[in-house]
Design a binder for this molecule. Structure first.
Ligand SMILES: Cc1ncc(COP(=O)(O)O)c(C=O)c1O
Length: 388
């Protein structure tokens, strides 16, 4: 029997005798192509990866030193409680250590939230055109994923989210800024959304849904932007908010896999019940702690990223391309044609970007902001591909 696709990441193959239907129907997450793979497959040299929103300036030297030193403890299991990192984060954020759970990347925490909180028959709600892991984690746990449409500006449409919420809604994921669109929701709109959601779901068997504010890109919000609500403020305003953050983006530690969740202690306790022991390596914990103390390094690279984001966005507009105004370390480009084909041609020129068909945006390409000369190369390659 032929496999039948029913969505970008769900397939309806024949039933399997060894796994549940929801596992049989999954397709693995498709990450940005590694540099080595592109160089090997296409015979290009010096490929440039602008596909996964990493920090193009690398990692803080202090974090790398801490990671190197931590390697000497490789024969010992890590601190399962991530005590020092949680202590430093609790002090920085002005919260209790019991409100913090550390994950092997924030991606792992997305899975914990679904696994711990969403019961059979309940559902997870987010927007189309958002981080694909929300959907994949939900489906991997055999739960129903409900997708509200994106707004006309390619941002979250909060009214559509409320309209899509129902008696089964248990978790709502909101990436703010959003990946892959780079859009940002303001404080007033989010507070209105909470009220409307709570009204609509007042009679839900488990009470109001838990809203997860995923702030993977929060450090990249322009400092002069008004009406910004950081998740921490929203968490204080509404207990059923969980905040997710990561060391993978602005802190430049994507390879070491460290993220964290802030939640009320009761929720943190449930997340800890599904957390594997020793989920965050000694090296990751040490590097994240040092990176946190070296805030100046992170702020410096963010400032350079923001300057480049402005320059690259203007250059793309000069090429006649649509660019969604971004508050993250990437830009979403409307190519007005199939982005996969353009992406293939870019890869032949050694530029690895990310076509956004899997997020339901087949004409859009996401490009991470790199260092100035990298961005120049990417812009020149794009101009050549589109012109040729
Ligand atoms: C919105 C968003 N959330 C979470 C993540 C996961 O990051 P990590 O698992 O590296 O912390 C990403 C990574 O791309 C992301 O874009």
């Amino acid at each position: 029997m032929m496999t039948q696709r029913t969505g970008p990441d769900v397939v309806r193959p024949p039933a399997s005798p060894i796994v549940a239907d929801w596992i049989q129907g999954l397709r693995p997450y498709e990450p940005g192509k590694p540099i080595e793979e592109v160089e090997r497959e296409l015979g290009v040299v010096g490929a440039l990866k602008l596909a996964s929103n990493e920090n193009a300036w690398g990692s803080s030297p202090a974090a790398l030193d801490a990671a190197m030193n931590a390697l000497a403890k490789s024969h010992l299991y890590p601190d399962a409680a991530c005590w020092s990192l949680r202590e430093a984060l609790a002090t920085r954020l002005g919260i209790g250590m019991g409100e913090l759970v550390i994950g092997n990347g924030s991606n792992e925490l997305i899975g914990f939230l679904v696994r711990a909180l969403v019961k059979p028959g309940q559902s997870v709600l987010s927007s189309a055109g958002s981080f694909i892991a929300y959907k994949l984690s939900t489906l991997a746990h055999g739960r129903r994923f409900v997708e509200a449409p994106l707004g006309a500006d390619l941002g979250y449409d909060l009214d559509a989210l409320v309209a899509a919420a129902d008696a089964t809604t248990k978790l709502v994921f909101i990436a703010n800024p959003n990946n892959p669109t780079g859009t940002l929701l303001g404080r007033a709109a989010l507070l209105r959304f909470f009220e409307a959601l709570d009204r609509k779901c007042a009679g839900n068997p488990d009470g109001a849904p838990i809203v997860v504010m995923d702030e993977a890109y929060v450090e990249f919000i322009a400092p002069d932007r008004d009406d910004v609500a950081q998740g921490l403020e929203l968490y204080r305003a509404r207990p059923r908010v969980v905040l997710l953050r990561t060391f993978s983006k602005a802190y430049g530690l994507a390879a070491l896999r460290v993220g964290y969740a802030v939640s009320e202690p009761a929720i943190a306790d449930y997340l800890n019940r599904v957390r594997d022991p020793f989920n965050v390596s000694t090296v990751g914990q040490a590097a994240a702690l040092a990176a946190l103390k070296d805030e100046a390094w992170m702020r410096g690279t963010v400032a350079e990223t923001l300057a480049e984001r402005t320059r690259v966005s203007a250059a793309l507009a000069d090429l006649g391309l649509g660019v969604t105004p971004s508050q993250a370390n990437f830009v979403l480009i409307d190519l007005g044609r199939d982005a996969r084909g353009v992406n293939d041609l870019l890869m032949r020129r050694g530029i690895i970007a990310r076509p956004m068909g899997p997020a339901g945006l087949p004409h859009h390409l996401r490009l991470t902001i790199g260092r100035p000369h990298d961005n120049d190369k990417a812009l020149a390659a794009l101009a050549a591909v589109l012109g040729g």
